[in-house]
Design a protein around this ligand. Structure first.
Ligand SMILES: Nc1ncnc2c1ncn2[C@@H]1O[C@H](COP(=O)(O)OP(=O)(O)OP(=O)(O)O)[C@@H](O)[C@H]1O
Ligand SMILES: [Mg+2]
Length: 419
């Protein structure tokens, strides 16, 4: 009994110290595992949906461990470009690659005696996973471009919001590394499994924002509370916090009813669009983005349909020779590839490829290029907007865009948006 009391006290103390809100038994259990494992040197894998609050766990583990006076580094594996990640983690020798003017120590060397937090670990490239496995198993690693073995004493805590077994099935994550990382798993529960904490969290954030913006605290009426608790918070605590902030700033009144509250909850009808940019619901402006994509995809479909019509004309007339000059101009501008796309593409239009001489002049790409340019421009525009909205914080911008930080980084470089 005494032991249990002590343990409960410890979990409570941890919550206070690390400002963790919630009374859910699942949350307490996760904190308790972190507390117990802290004293060991075991590797820990923290998993849980996006926005559930994983990032505090490696801090708890480090602070409650004997390493607490040693260094602590958090590395976002998704944010580091593939080309430099090995060098960041393990260091490099002078001249080991173009631009390596000096030798550099990597995090695994710098953090010797401390803890390294590998956030978004599933984003690590496979080649880096091999190096990581080696350092976890032997405490040894090689700098990039060096054959000298370096020893280090680093405790690794990793986190992920993706299902790693799924990544293993897709050949993106090494199974051996997964088992090695997952020595102690900690699962941070999503809000849907800790509904009892939702109103508590809302009140805490409402109080924080009231203080920050020097306003009276928001109050929800009973209907609004029902909505709050039953809403599907796909973005979990991060989303709840963002929406509480939006309401705090935008609403003049402080008593919020269900009608007002529902205005801030994103509508999800386009959530399952099969596009690159998977919808995240945790930011304002999302529905605007979804709409934009719908418009783009509708436009793309229209172009596709248009091509089919032109293709049909070609097929029925058999040749471009009889067509009026304006029509033949359009047809000449259709790439030969388009016929392949139409023939082999998802829609399987029953078209036959025309002999080259019937297509006419060397192929121009104007139509196709215009189409892709317009999508590219929209993309650049959206990236700029997202960066602006998040004050240049790429992590948050990437989240809103529904792409990985690495992809965002690449696109910023590609479109020269970093100047
Ligand atoms: N229990 C909690 N009490 C108060 N605030 C919390 C709690 N858990 C998370 N938060 C806040 O919610 C936000 C999201 O948490 P965090 O960044 O740790 O999410 P995450 O699990 O790492 O998500 P992702 O996988 O998307 O990176 C942060 O602002 C954090 O401070
Ligand atoms: Mg995180």
């Amino acid at each position: 009994m005494q032991e249990t009391d002590r343990e409960i006290m410890d979990v409570q103390a941890i919550k206070q110290r690390f400002e963790i809100i919630g009374t859910s038994p699942l949350l307490d259990r996760a904190i308790d595992i972190a507390r117990q494992v802290a004293a060991t040197d075991l590797t820990v894998l923290i998993s849980g949906e996006s926005g559930v609050g994983k990032e505090v766990f490696p801090k708890i583990i480090h602070q409650l461990s004997a390493r607490k006076h040693g260094p602590y580094i958090a590395v976002n594996c998704g944010a580091i470009p593939e080309g430099t990640i090995d060098s960041e983690l393990f260091g490099h020798e002078k001249g080991s690659f173009t631009g390596a003017h000096d030798a550099r120590k990597g995090y695994f060397e710098v953090v010797n005696g401390g803890t390294i937090f590998l956030d978004e670990v599933a984003e690590l490239p496979l080649s880096t996973q091999v190096r990581l496995l080696r350092v976890l198993e032997t405490g040894e690693f090689l700098k990039v471009g060096s054959s000298k073995v370096i020893k280090t004493n680093v405790r690794v805590v990793a986190a992920t919001n993706v299902e790693i077994p799924e990544s293993i099935r897709h050949g993106k994550f090494r199974e051996d590394l997964y088992y090695r990382l997952n020595t102690v798993p900690i699962n941070v529960p999503p809000l849907k499994d800790r509904k009892e904490d939702i109103h508590l969290l809302f009140r805490k954030f409402a109080a924080d924002f009231a203080e920050k913006y020097r306003m009276p605290v928001l109050q929800l009426d009973p209907e609004a509370i029902k909505l709050l608790v039953n809403y599907k918070w796909h973005g979990n605590i991060r989303q709840l916090k963002n929406i509480t902030e939006q309401i705090s700033i935008i609403e003049n009144r402080r008593e919020i009813n269900a009608d007002i509250f529902s205005k801030y909850l994103p509508v999800t009808q386009y959530r399952d669009l099969p596009v690159l940019y998977r919808s995240e619901e945790d930011n304002k402006g999302i529905s605007e983005r979804d709409l934009l994509y719908k418009v783009l995809f509708d436009m793309k479909k229209d172009i596709h349909d248009l091509k089919k019509v032109v293709g049909d004309i070609l097929q029925s007339e058999g040749t471009t020779k009889d067509l009026s000059s304006s029509k033949s101009h359009i047809i000449k501008n259709i790439k030969e590839d388009d016929f392949e796309t139409l023939e082999n593409g998802a829609d399987h239009f029953p078209l036959h490829r025309l002999p080259d001489e019937q297509i006419g002049e060397p192929i121009q790409e104007s139509e196709v290029i215009e189409e892709s340019l317009s999508i590219q421009e929209k993309e650049i525009d959206l990236i700029k907007k997202a960066l602006l909205r998040h004050n240049g914080r790429r992590k948050n911008a990437a989240k809103e865009l529904g792409i990985s930080e690495r992809t965002l980084y690449r696109k910023i470089k590609e479109y020269h948006l970093d100047s």
